[in-house]
Write a protein that binds this ligand. Structure first.
Ligand code: 9D3
Length: 253
């Protein structure tokens, strides 16, 4: 069994206990698939007041995280040997947006180190000389890199072999096919006045597969048309999309 190690570097270690201790991640940790730790750069300060931030050179509002606590913390986590099996990543709003392909790429490393900034930012020498890359999770302003680090850890851990109950669970994810998922229903067949689509009760698996594929195409076209450009589409898919574009309301809902 190949075990991944993940170290998160954060001034607020207590933020991680809930999200990374429950559910699939909690089980993966218990099963020994991932060895996850949170380190506090404040523990690596050597001054009396354990100062981790300072005023920005050049002036301006807000505080900047000092480089030394980050360097000392990360250096405590690694033997000095450089390796292509480890990745040090800065969570930063000034970075490419994290996506499922990044999660798949990162799941191949043996050791991830995720650095969380807080305050207005981190001394640029951390990004330049301590990190291999930086990642944002999207175009909105958070208070720090902690939630982004949890998101990266969550997406990576569930991809590790054995982390999900079903063998092929991860491979069937909507973002792997490039389309959004079709709608799911469970019992009861009628809830209040709302019926489950009849095709799902028909027992005709070819019809069910066709309906689900068309629902995926319809929802992707309506909600995330940007995904269609990169999706692998069959001639039948393209034909269905063409009917949607011409007469969106007349197609099977
Ligand atoms: C004044 C300019 N701000 C940048 C938009 C400064 C700033 C605000 C908030 C710097 C850092 C932060 C804290 N955010 C993160 O550390 C962060 C983040 C985010 O805010 N959005 C999306 N992804 C990420 S990854 C890390």
């Amino acid at each position: 069994m190949t075990q991944m190690r993940i170290d998160i570097v954060s001034l607020f270690p207590e933020m991680f206990a809930g999200p990374l201790g429950c559910s699939i991640i909690g089980r993966a940790r218990e099963a020994g698939l991932v060895d996850l730790h949170v380190a506090n750069p404040r523990d690596f300060t050597v001054d009396k007041h354990h100062i981790v931030d300072d005023y920005p050179f050049g002036g301006g509002s807000g505080m900047v995280m000092k480089p030394d606590p980050f360097f000392a913390c990360v250096e405590s986590l690694v033997d000095s040997i450089a390796t292509d099996k480890r990745r040090v990543i800065l969570m930063s709003p000034v970075a490419p947006r994290f996506c499922q392909a990044d999660a798949e790429r990162l799941s191949q490393y043996e050791h991830l180190i995720l650095l969380c900034g807080h305050y207005e930012g981190v001394d640029e020498r951390v990004r330049e000389h301590l990190c291999d890359e930086a990642l944002s999770i999207g175009d909105y302003v958070l208070t720090g890199g902690e939630l982004p680090a949890m998101i990266v850890a969550d997406t990576v851990v569930r991809l590790l072999p054995g982390a999900l109950g079903a063998e092929d669970g991860a491979a069937k994810d909507s973002y792997s096919s490039g389309l959004l998922e079709y709608p799911q229903y469970t019992r009861p067949r009628q809830y209040r006045q709302w019926e489950v689509p009849a095709v799902l009760l028909s027992g005709n698996h070819a019809e069910i597969d066709r309906w689900r594929r068309q629902q995926s195409l319809r929802r992707t076209w309506q909600l995330r048309p940007d995904l269609l450009d990169a999706a692998a589409l069959s001639p039948a898919d393209l034909k269905y999309l063409a009917t949607l574009k011409n007469r969106p309301d007349e197609c099977e809902k």
